[in-house]
Design a protein around this ligand. Structure first.
Ligand SMILES: O=C[C@H](O)[C@H](O)[C@H](O)COP(=O)(O)O
Length: 271
């Protein structure tokens, strides 16, 4: 009941930009969301980072992964464990997190096979298809996830959906070569409907530029339409100039959701 109220409020707030009387909902949500993120992140670190076994971990990007890195650092610097653990970043932010916590920084040149990658998500559906890239880091995230034996997602309860678009109203992020952003936008809209918008920067004139020097399109797909996300992902990737999509299909092995009641709910892909 509470969960569905929060869900509806989130979509309402984001679809009506000037609607500001929701501050009560937002304030209490923010507090519990941070706790929920922390619970999920710590649960994943406990289960997947094993002393004497896990050697190389991929570090995702966003606000939830911060709690995972904090827990890793606690285990290294307080508990005296995991001193040889190598952390491979998925963004400038992840690299900074690793360095700020004095963890061992690695890269894919030296460590092309990872034991596990842990990362956040913007939305996860019932089949564990994820939308990622809300923070603009999808390309390196997907590369690192694809190099890991297991890809594990950590998120708060507002990211858990039955179908994509139920919770996350900002669309699928798509990283594109700057010169091709207009033709790619038009092709995606013609192929799959909806609208793709160039993501604009907030504290810089013009568009956001990713860690890889590219632009981002946010494709607002038709929420009521049934999409085969695997097919959509492949078709969009075939458009020249598309670097990567924020659709992670068949990649997540396990998702940890920090729930509003303080529990952690896990969803596993048995394949
Ligand atoms: O580009 C950003 C990444 O895909 C993040 O992992 C995703 O946006 C989730 O971020 P957060 O943990 O802040 O919700």
């Amino acid at each position: 009941m509470l969960l569905s109220l929060v869900r509806r409020s989130r979509c309402l707030i984001s679809s009506i930009g000037t609607f500001s009387t929701s501050s009560t909902v937002k304030m209490s949500e923010t507090i519990s969301l941070d706790q929920a993120k922390k619970l999920a992140a710590r649960a994943a670190v406990e289960e997947w980072i094993i002393e004497g076994e896990t050697k190389i971990v991929g570090i995702g990007s966003g606000s939830t992964i911060v709690y995972a890195v904090e827990r890793l650092a606690e285990r290294v610097w307080k508990d005296g464990e995991l001193s040889d653990l190598i952390c491979v970043p998925t963004s400038f932010q992840a690299r900074s997190l690793i360095l700020d916590h004095n963890l061992n920084l690695g890269d894919l040149d030296r460590y092309p096979i990872l034991d596990v990658a842990i990362d956040g998500a913007d939305e996860v559906d019932s089949r564990m298809v994820c939308i990622k890239g809300g923070g603009g880091c999808l390309m390196q995230e997907k590369i690192v996830a694809a190099c890991a034996k297991r890809f594990v997602v950590v998120a708060d309860y507002t990211k858990k959906s039955l179908r994509l678009g139920e919770q996350w109203c900002k669309g699928v992020p798509i990283e594109v070569a700057p010169i091709a952003h207009v033709p790619i936008k038009l092709k995606i809209e013609a192929m799959f409907g909806g609208e793709a918008h160039l993501r604009m920067a907030k504290a810089k004139a013009g568009p956001i530029v990713t860690d890889n020097g590219n632009f981002l399109l946010d494709w607002k797909f038709v929420a009521k339409r049934e999409y085969d996300w695997d097919e959509v992902n492949h078709a969009i990737k075939m458009i020249p100039g598309v670097m990567e999509t924020g659709l992670f299909v068949g990649m997540a092995h396990k998702c940890y959701f920090g729930m509003a009641d303080g529990n952690v709910k896990a969803q596993v892909n048995s394949k």
